[in-house]
Design a protein around this ligand. Structure first.
Ligand SMILES: *Cc1c(COP(=O)(O)O)cnc(C)c1O
Length: 393
């Protein structure tokens, strides 16, 4: 088969289905107001929830770390790439999450692959929430274990399936906060369910970490779940932490097992030490500046009340992810483009990222937004929705 002919056909199919994705190039750092094609816009589509991706203290630490430690780590952790900055960050993250140990990965995608493939294999059973992040689902497939998806947040079905499942080694995996819906898993319920059925519980807290909990330690903190109650905790550093990378936290034995068996840990270059060093500063800010979470909460409240008073239905979400379901794909794209033209940068989320018929505008808020930004968004949103006659919800 001719490669270029094949590629052309594949792309044409995607184009016809209206699913072609494009990248927009920004000309300014990740922050609340940005330049796109040299036009200013308010950015409602980043995961930089606490506004740390462009924090001067974090940036300064990174520059200093580059001066002292150089740029690249030069090797994987098990050869000669494990730097004292990595070690310090792992220890700090373990303490922050109330776990014995933590292990850094280069990305959240790799962390999920690494954990699931190290723990599960052919003959084992994995239970996924239907709306789990794609990296978890893909990791399940790669592991060779039998993967099953239960309906979103339907823990009764999960309980029934667990009690019917004869497989000895069972892993229940869920997002802490669902990335495209903004709702939360009921981790108390999942944790006791897993204890009853002797299944292992893994939570991907990419969107909860930094945002939820008094200290910002995420879903585990907000549900007060100890290491025994939630043994496998994964978090990312590229979202609320504003840097890059990810980690897994849990018992010493879990971490030792991952060091021994995770291929995405072993066979990849360690993240630059400067990123680890900068992340230590982010972590300090997350803990010492709770006003960021408070401000975020008041923005969410403002946005939700504003939507309600305009008859725009938002999905039930207590997180900075505030999606508006439009349903129809074309309408979603049109509304999104109208908003962008009026200076509000939002994302249109479409299949296959979300199920067919649930295309949505995904609004994310960050601690960098002002109340006036939210007000502007509400006004423009109402106009755009009216233009396309959408009664959202
Ligand atoms: C972003 C995300 C990941 C991937 O993390 P990266 O560090 O960006 O690779 C994994 N899980 C969830 C739920 C995410 O939102």
């Amino acid at each position: 088969m001719n490669l270029e002919a094949y590629l052309k056909e594949q792309l044409a199919e995607r184009q016809t289905a209206g699913l072609m994705r494009t990248r927009d190039t920004f000309h300014s750092p990740q922050k609340a107001s940005r330049l796109i094609h040299n036009q200013p816009c308010i950015n409602f589509s980043s995961n930089d929830y606490l506004g740390l991706a462009n924090d001067s203290r974090v940036a300064k630490e990174m520059m200093q770390a580059i001066k002292s430690h150089g740029v690249g780590s030069g090797a994987s952790h098990l050869t000669s790439g494990h730097h004292v900055s990595h070690q310090a960050l792992e220890e700090a993250l373990a303490e922050f999450t109330g776990r014995e140990s933590a292990l850094l990965f280069s990305s959240g995608y790799m962390a999920n692959m690494g954990v699931i493939c190290a723990l599960m294999k052919k003959g084992d059973a994995i239970f996924h929430d239907r709306l789990n992040h794609v990296s978890l689902l893909e990791a399940g497939l790669l592991s060779g274990a039998q993967s099953r998806r239960f309906p979103h947040l339907d823990y009764e079905t999960l309980a029934r399936r667990l009690s019917q499942c004869e497989v000895e080694k069972r892993l229940v995996v869920t997002d802490g906060v669902f990335s495209m819906d903004g709702d939360q898993a009921d981790l108390s319920r999942l944790s006791s369910l897993c204890q009853t059925h002797q299944a292992w519980l893994m939570v991907d807290d990419a969107h909860g970490l930094g945002v939820l909990g008094q200290q910002g330690a995420g879903s585990a903190e907000s549900f007060h779940l100890s290491q025994d109650e939630l043994p496998i905790l994964m978090g990312t550093l590229g979202k609320a932490f504003g840097t890059a990378g990810a980690f897994v936290a849990g018992s010493k034995q879990l971490i030792e097992t991952l060091i021994q068996l995770s291929k995405t840990y072993t066979y990849t270059t360690a993240m630059p030490p400067s990123i680890a060093q900068a992340t230590l500063v982010s972590l300090g800010i997350i803990q010492s500046e709770p006003w960021r979470r408070d401000h975020l909460a008041s923005l969410m409240e403002r946005f939700r009340t504003g939507c309600q008073s305009r008859g725009i239905t938002v999905m039930p979400s207590v997180t900075p992810i505030q999606p508006l379901i439009v349903g129809n794909l074309e309408q979603t794209v049109n509304i999104c483009e109208t908003l962008r033209r009026s200076g509000c940068w939002v994302s249109a989320i479409r299949p296959p990222t979300v199920p067919k018929g649930t295309s949505r505008i995904r609004v994310t808020l960050t601690a960098e937004h002002q109340c006036a930004d939210v007000d502007t968004l509400l006004v423009e949103l109402e106009k755009a929705m009216e233009l396309y006659h959408v009664a959202a919800g």
